[in-house]
Design a binder for this molecule. Structure first.
Ligand SMILES: C[S@@+](CC[C@H](N)C(=O)[O-])C[C@H]1O[C@@H](n2cnc3c(N)ncnc32)[C@H](O)[C@@H]1O
Length: 221
């Protein structure tokens, strides 16, 4: 949740999310719509950009992150091979008790806003704080404010390929899959080698077959 924008190779992260999800399972994520849907952030960055070239660069970086623009998440989900991809938005309200409450995270340790403020000297920081405060107050007394914040949300399903296999179950319960070693390993994670070897040893010393195994099995593509 709200992390992919900060991950350097987000496309790899999405593929890994898909890989570790069971076949047919849902992969979902949310990222802030920083440019178009995050009022509190806009108040901060527009003030910073007006006062300082580095503030202008910080704003540009914040509003052009991967996975933050319309359609970005859906494209990444499709590129990762996910099916039935749906992108939408969710809006929450961010509630602040006072300007001090609003400003406090800017002087914290985490996130791009705090990082940028950390680069400012005392005077520049005070100037920025004063301008953001004017935007917060809007000519009224200090007090509670409520700002909308919208996130892009996306979901998609891992694809499923159904494969037909036929095999035999031996006396020891080991399945001799008629097929390649990789297929045997896929059907019985960790047992691919064993199933394959059993198939090999069958020629030298046949084992007693006690049952057949046939059917469709789902596997991720
Ligand atoms: C906006 S916060 C979201 C926190 C929490 N997931 C939530 O939904 O409330 C962004 C989070 O991304 C984490 N983060 C930043 N860069 C990251 C990276 N490269 N890999 C993993 N997490 C990262 C930060 O530590 C921070 O906790």
């Amino acid at each position: 949740m709200l992390v992919l924008q900060f991950v350097p190779q987000a496309d790899l992260a999405v593929r890994e999310m898909r890989r570790v999800t069971r076949p047919g399972g849902t992969v979902a994520a949310a990222t802030w719509d920083t440019r178009g849907g995050f009022v509190a952030l806009r108040m901060f960055y527009d003030a910073a950009a007006m006062l300082d070239q580095n503030g202008c660069r910080a704003r540009a970086a914040a509003y052009t992150r991967p996975m933050s623009r319309p359609g970005d998440l859906a494209s990444a989900w499709r590129d990762a091979g996910l099916a039935d991809v749906v992108e939408d938005t969710l809006t929450i309200r961010m509630e602040f008790a006072s300007f001090a409450d609003f400003w406090a995270p800017s002087e914290g340790k985490e996130g791009p806003v705090a990082e940028y403020v950390g680069t400012l000297g005392a005077d520049a920081k005070a100037r920025l704080r004063d301008v953001v405060r004017l935007a917060y107050l809007d000519g009224e007394a200090d007090g509670a404010r409520s700002y909308a914040a919208t996130a892009w949300v996306v979901k998609g399903r891992g694809r499923v390929q159904r494969i037909w296999v036929s095999g035999q179950k031996d006396f020891f319960g080991c399945v001799m899959v008629v097929g390649v070693r990789e297929m045997a390993g896929h059907l019985m994670p960790g047992c691919g080698e064993r199933a394959y070897c059993t198939q090999q040893s069958q020629a030298d010393r046949p084992r007693r077959t006690i049952g057949f195994l046939t059917g469709y099995f789902a596997r991720p593509t």
